[in-house]
Ligand binder design. Structure first.
Ligand code: GDD
Ligand code: MG
Length: 360
C-alpha cells in the first residue's frame, strides 16, 4: 500500500508575525479557508490512501497542536523529533520505520504547508509518480516556473521514461537546489527546467539506499532508531541518544542532487496550481482582489484606505488600520507585534525576525 508522509517543521519565519514558534505556518489558516495548511494537506491526501497510512513527522513541541488539528491521525503515525534536523532526517525517519516493516512499500512525502489548487490534477500526478516509483526511481513533481525564484529547487527535464502507466514521467538530468538569481534566470529562459514542488515519492528501501550512499551517518543513525521503534522505552532512549548527533541537511541536497547525477531521479510535470506561500507577497496573490485595492486578510471593516494600491493589510489585533497614499505595502497588525514593509521586500522579513530575537 501507499504511505503518505507529511513532514511538518520550520517556523515559516517570513510570515512573521502571523507565524510564531508556537504557531508555525503549517498550523495556520493563512487564507481564512476554514482549514489550516496541514488540515488542507491531510484532506488532499485522503483519496490516495487510508487514514491508517498517513504519517506526520513533527517536532515534539508541535505534536499536541498537530494531533488536535488532525483528530483522525493515528497517534502511532505521529512521529516526533526531539529537535529540528531538517527534511532529510524527518523524511528519512519515516522511510527507516517503513522500510523495516515493508521495504517495498511506496511512500510519498508532501510538505505540510503548501497551497494546491486542482485536486484532480494533483491526484493524477501522484498516481503517475507512484507508478514511476515502482520502477525504482525517486520521483519528484515539477511545476512550470513563472519567475526566477531563488527559494526553490530546479529540475532539469531529461528523456521520457516511456512508462505506460505514467506517460508524463521523465528522467531528471539535473537537480539544483536553490540556485542564485542569475542561475535561476538562465534556467527559466532555457525552458528546460521545472520547480521542485517539495514532494518525493519512492520505495522506502530506495530512499534508504540513497541515504546510505550519500549520507551514511544519517542512514546509520536512522537505522538504529528504526530497529527499536516498536519498543516504546528503547525508542525514547535511542531517539534521545542518537537524534542530536544526526546531520542537519535538506533532503534536496542530501539525496535529490546526488541521486539525479546518477540517473535515479524522475519527475512528473504537474498541471495543478501550486504555491508554497513563503512570504506575504505570495500570500497576497492567493487572496481575492477587488480591483487595485489592497487585499485584506481579516475584517475589512477595520481597514480604512485612501489612494492605496496593491499590497496586503492584515488587521489581526482588533485595531483599525488606516493607510494613506502608500502602494504595495504589507501591514500585519497583531496584538503584540506590528510588521510594516513593502511587497517587494517581503522575502527579507526573515532577517528582521532574527533581529527582533536578538533584541529580546
Ligand atoms: N518534521 C520536520 N522537521 N519537517 C521539516 C523540518 C524539520 O526539521 N525541516 C523542514 N521540514 C519540512 C517542512 O515542513 C516542509 O514540509 C518540508 O520539510 C520542506 O522544508 P522547507 O524548509 O520548507 O524547504 P524549502 O521550502 O526551503 O525547500 C523545499 O521546498 C521547495 C518548495 O517549497 C525544497 O524541496 C525545494 O526544492 C522546493 O522547491
Ligand atoms: Mg518550504
Amino acid at each position: 500500500g501507499f504511505w503518505a508522509v507529511v513532514p511538518a517543521g520550520g517556523a515559516g519565519t517570513r510570515l512573521w508575525p502571523l507565524s510564531r514558534e508556537g504557531h508555525p505556518k503549517f498550523l495556520l489558516d493563512l487564507t481564512h479557508s476554514g482549514r489550516s495548511l496541514i488540515q488542507s494537506t491531510w484532506h488532499r491526501l485522503l483519496p490516495l490512501t487510508s487514514p491508517s497510512r498517513l504519517m506526520v513527522v513533527t517536532g515534539r513541541v508541535h505534536a499536541p497542536g498537530v494531533q488536535e488539528q488532525l483528530p483522525d491521525l493515528n497517534p502511532l503515525n505521529l512521529l516526533t523529533e526531539p529537535s529540528p534536523k531538517e527534511s532529510a532526517a524527518a523524511i528519512g525517519l519515516a522511510a527507516a520505520v517503513l522500510a523495516r516493516r515493508d521495504p517495498e512499500a511506496i511512500m510519498g512525502s508532501f510538505a505540510a504547508d503548501h497551497m494546491i489548487a486542482g485536486d484532480e490534477a494533483f491526484l493524477s500526478a501522484v498516481a503517475e509518480a507512484v507508478e514511476t516509483a515502482r520502477q525504482g526511481y525517486l520521483v519528484t513533481i515539477g511545476i512550470a516556473p513563472s519567475h526566477p525564484a531563488t527559494g526553490f529547487g530546479y529540475i532539469r527535464l531529461g528523456e521520457s521514461l516511456k512508462i505506460p502507466e505514467a506517460p508524463n514521467a521523465r528522467k531528471v538530468s539535473q537537480f539544483k537546489e536553490k540556485p542564485d538569481g542569475r542561475t535561476a534566470a538562465a534556467y527559466l529562459s532555457s525552458g528546460n527546467y521545472r520547480w521542485n514542488a517539495g514532494m518525493f515519492v519512492g520505495k522506502a528501501k530506495v530512499l534508504m539506499e540513497l541515504l546510505e550512499d550519500n549520507e551514511p551517518e544519517l542512514y546509520e543513525g536512522l537505522t538504529k532508531i528504526a530497529a527499536v521503534w516498536d519498543d516504546e522505552v528503547l525508542r525514547e532512549q535511542t531517539m534521545n541518544a542518537i537524534w542530536p548527533t544526526l546531520p542537519k541537511i535538506a533532503i534536496d541536497n542530501a539525496v535529490a542532487e546526488p541521486a539525479a547525477m546518477v540517473g535515479k531521479v524522475a519527475v512528473v510535470p504537474a498541471t495543478f496550481g501550486w504555491d508554497d506561500v513563503g512570504d506575504f507577497s505570495s500570500l497576497t496573490d492567493l487572496l481575492p482582489s477587488e480591483s487595485n485595492r489592497p487585499r485584506v486578510l481579516g475584517d475589512s471593516d477595520l481597514v480604512v484606505t485612501e489612494q492605496v494600491l496593491g499590497g496586503i493589510i492584515v488587521p489581526a489585533s482588533g485595531r483599525v488600520v488606516a493607510c494613506l497614499g502608500v502602494d504595495d505595502i504589507v501591514i500585519v497588525d497583531t496584538p503584540d507585534a506590528l510588521l510594516v514593509t513593502t511587497r517587494a521586500r517581503s522575502q527579507e522579513v526573515k532577517r528582521l525576525v532574527g533581529k527582533c530575537r536578538e533584541n529580546g
